[in-house]
Design a protein around this ligand. Structure first.
Ligand code: AMP
Length: 282
C-alpha cells in the first residue's frame, strides 16, 4: 500500500492506472477510521481494480468554533487498518497542499438540498465538502466514489453536484454501520463520556419509534417530529439541533408522509454534535 501526500504524484499514478484500463474506486474520509469507513472500503474493493482512500481533515468544511483543531487523528492506526483491507493507495495531503496560500476557488450547491438541516446549522459546511470532493475527483479521477448514508444530506448534495457539473463518475451510497446497541458509528463518538454515550442511544431509538408510528398509520410529520423530540428531550444532556422529515429524493419539506421520506436529526451531547437518519417508505 502506497501512502502519498503530494497531488502531482497521485494524479500521475491515477492517470497511469486509467491508461492501463483499471477501474478506480475512491473513498474520501477524514480519518480516525471505524467499521463504517471500512464498509465503504470493502465495497470499493469488491467493485474496483484500484482502491484509493483519502484521509484529510478538511478545514474548509468546519465553521469557526467547531472541532477542527481537536478532531481525532491517528494516521498510523488508519494506515494499518487500510493495509488489511488491501487498499492500493492512501492519499493524505497536508492542508497547504490542498489549499496553498492565496487559494480562492470554491464549489457550492444552492437550494433546499444544501440550505436546510446541516446546511442551516453549519453555514459553509457543504461548500467546504463540495470543494474538497471536487478537488479529490479531479486528482484521483475515480470511476466510482463511495459515501455513507450516515451523512445522508452530504451524499445528496454530492450527487447533485456530480450531476450538474457532469463529473464522469458514479456515486455509490453505503448503508449506515451501527454499534451493536444501535448508535451510528462516528469518529466523533470518542468525544462522548459514559453518560452521553448511553444517552446517545436515544437517537436510533427515536428514529425506530418514528418508523413504527408510520408503519401503524401515522402520516402527520408534525406529530412524528414532536414525538421524536419528546423522546430526545427525556435525556438530560441532549440538546436538539434539528429534527427534519423530508422527501428522500430532494429534501423538500413535507407535511404528510408519502413515498420515500428521510427522517434526519442532529443532537448535541455536551460539545459533541451527532447526526443520524432513517429512510422510511410507505
Ligand atoms: P468522515 O470521515 O466522517 O468524513 O466519513 C467518511 C465517509 O464515511 C463518509 O462518506 C461518511 O458518510 C462515511 N461514514 C461515516 N460513518 C459511517 C457509518 N457509521 N456508516 C457508514 N458510512 C459512514
Amino acid at each position: 500500500m502506497q501512502i502519498v501526500n503530494n497531488i502531482s504524484e497521485i494524479q500521475e499514478w491515477c492517470r497511469e492506472k486509467k491508461l492501463e484500463g483499471k477501474k478506480i474506486g475512491l473513498v474520501p474520509t477524514m480519518g480516525y477510521l471505524h467499521e463504517g469507513h471500512l464498509s465503504l472500503v470493502r465495497e470499493a474493493r469488491r467493485d474496483c481494480d484500484i482502491v484509493v482512500v483519502s484521509i484529510f481533515v478538511n478545514p474548509a468544511q468546519f465553521g469557526a468554533g467547531e472541532d477542527y483543531e481537536v478532531y481525532p487523528r491517528n494516521m498510523e492506526r488508519d494506515c494499518a487498518l487500510l493495509e488489511r483491507e488491501m487498499v492500493d493507495l492512501v492519499f493524505a495531503p497536508e492542508v497547504k497542499e490542498m489549499y496553498p496560500a492565496g487559494y480562492q476557488t470554491y464549489v457550492e450547491v444552492f437550494g433546499q438540498i444544501s440550505n436546510k438541516m446541516c446546511g442551516a446549522s453549519r453555514p459553509g459546511h457543504f461548500r467546504g465538502v463540495c470543494t474538497v470532493v471536487s478537488k479529490l475527483f479531479n486528482i484521483c479521477q475515480p470511476d466510482i466514489a463511495y459515501f455513507g448514508q450516515k451523512d445522508a444530506q452530504q451524499v445528496m448534495v454530492l450527487e447533485k453536484m456530480v450531476r450538474e457539473l457532469n463529473f464522469p463518475l458514479k456515486i455509490v451510497r453505503v448503508p449506515i454501520v451501527r454499534e451493536e446497541d444501535g448508535l451510528a458509528m462516528s469518529s466523533r463518538n470518542v468525544y462522548l463520556d459514559q453518560q452521553q454515550r448511553q444517552e446517545a442511544l436515544v437517537l436510533y431509538k427515536a428514529l425506530k419509534s418514528a418508523e413504527e408510528n408510520i408503519t401503524q398509520g401515522e402520516r402527520d410529520t408534525r406529530k412524528i417530529k414532536d414525538s421524536i423530540e419528546k423522546m430526545i428531550k427525556g435525556c438530560p444532556q441532549a440538546d436538539v439541533d434539528y429534527i427534519e422529515i423530508s422527501d428522500a429524493a430532494d429534501l423538500a419539506d413535507i407535511d404528510e408522509i408519502r413515498g420515500q421520506v428521510l427522517i434526519a436529526l442532529a443532537v448535541r451531547f455536551g460539545n459533541t454534535r451527532l447526526i443520524d437518519n432513517l429512510i422510511v417508505e410507505v
